[in-house]
Design a protein around this ligand. Structure first.
Ligand code: NAD
Length: 285
């Protein structure tokens, strides 16, 4: 049995709102913290949308009383001390900026009880980049969710060399008990397991496209038929969102990435074609 009953989620943006709702849906008491009332209003809208998704997406198929119970388990606050005061676990999902995260952990180190475990949902920073600011390196690790947590429900668990193995196991149990499939990493690795696999695939696919080797439909079809995968790389780009794909490609100095970024901007983003979210990307939805 996991010893965790009360969870604080810091940051209620795209991922934080999903993590908070998923955790509340599985019966935990959740404090959802953000920096101001405007952010909490956006969170309320996100939670209402998630309640609808949990009812209508066959991956969950929740009854109305279950999503209502999830909403009852969620407590929103702009007071950090209140959010973490009785938390067994804090899950941090604030913007991917090292200085923002370090400042927050420095504050948290004093505000949270010494027993509280801290977990970062950071996609690109390693927990080692943050552990010295937590005041508790033994009780700190990464717990990395994927977007659309109710369906794409992997939770990558990655400690540092300082993480206490018992804390690691507690977080693995929490992940399982909150409806996630824990993915246990034995060492730190930038990109975890998922992005270590996915990024090279997407890079190779965009390279084939900009070099004019094959069109996106042919590339996707090849991957689907020959490997049995349900989606090809350009279908994945549409789900990730073409703005995110652009942000990643444009920061990669390689000539092919720069060409791909320019193509995404010119042919898609400037026309409002952002992927599945806008109904049009490489494909029409
Ligand atoms: P986001 O910008 O949608 O949300 C960030 C939220 O944090 C906002 O609501 C913002 O008001 C709040 N915030 C800002 N400063 C804060 C502070 N000091 N304390 C508390 N809250 C603060 O970002 P996101 O996409 O949800 O990403 C959050 C984290 O999750 C990042 O570390 C990112 O790498 C990780 N992540 C994102 C995805 C994704 O697909 N978006 C997937 C996996 C992991």
């Amino acid at each position: 049995m996991s010893s965790i009953t009360t969870v604080a989620v810091l940051g209620t943006g795209v991922l934080g709102a999903q993590i908070a709702f998923q955790t509340a849906f599985h019966g935990y008491r959740v404090h959802a913290y953000d920096i101001n009332e405007e952010a909490l209003d956006r969170a309320r809208t996100r939670f209402a949308e998630l309640a609808g998704i949990y009812q209508h997406d066959p991956a969950v198929g929740a009854a109305a009383h279950q999503t209502e119970a999830a909403l009852q388990n969620l407590h929103l606050t702009t007071d950090l001390a209140e959010a973490v005061g009785d938390a067994d676990l804090v899950i941090e999902a604030v913007p991917e900026k090292i200085e923002v995260k370090r400042r927050l952990y420095t504050e948290l180190a004093d505000l949270a009880p010494s027993r509280t475990i801290f977990a970062t949902n950071s996609s690109t920073l390693l927990p080692s980049d943050l552990k010295d600011f937590t005041g508790r390196p033994g009780k700190f690790l990464a717990l990395h969710y994927a977007n659309h947590v109710w369906r794409q429900n992997t939770a990558e668990v990655m400690g540092t060399t300082d993480t206490d193995p018992a804390v690691y196991e507690t977080v693995v149990d929490f992940a399982r008990n909150s409806g996630m499939v824990p993915v246990e990493l034995k060492k730190e690795k930038a990109g975890y397991v998922l992005n270590s696999l996915l990024v090279p695939l997407l890079d190779a696919a965009s390279g084939l496209l900009v070099e004019g080797i094959a069109d996106h439909e042919t590339i996707d079809k090849t991957w689907r038929i020959a490997t049995g995968a349900p989606l090809g790389p350009f279908q994945i780009f549409d789900i990730v969102g073409l703005t995110t794909a652009y942000n990643i490609a444009s920061t990669n100095p390689s000539e092919k990435s720069q060409e791909f970024a320019a193509m995404l901007k010119r042919d898609f983003i400037d026309r409002g074609h952002l992927g599945t979210a806008s109904g049009q990307g490489f494909y029409t939805y």
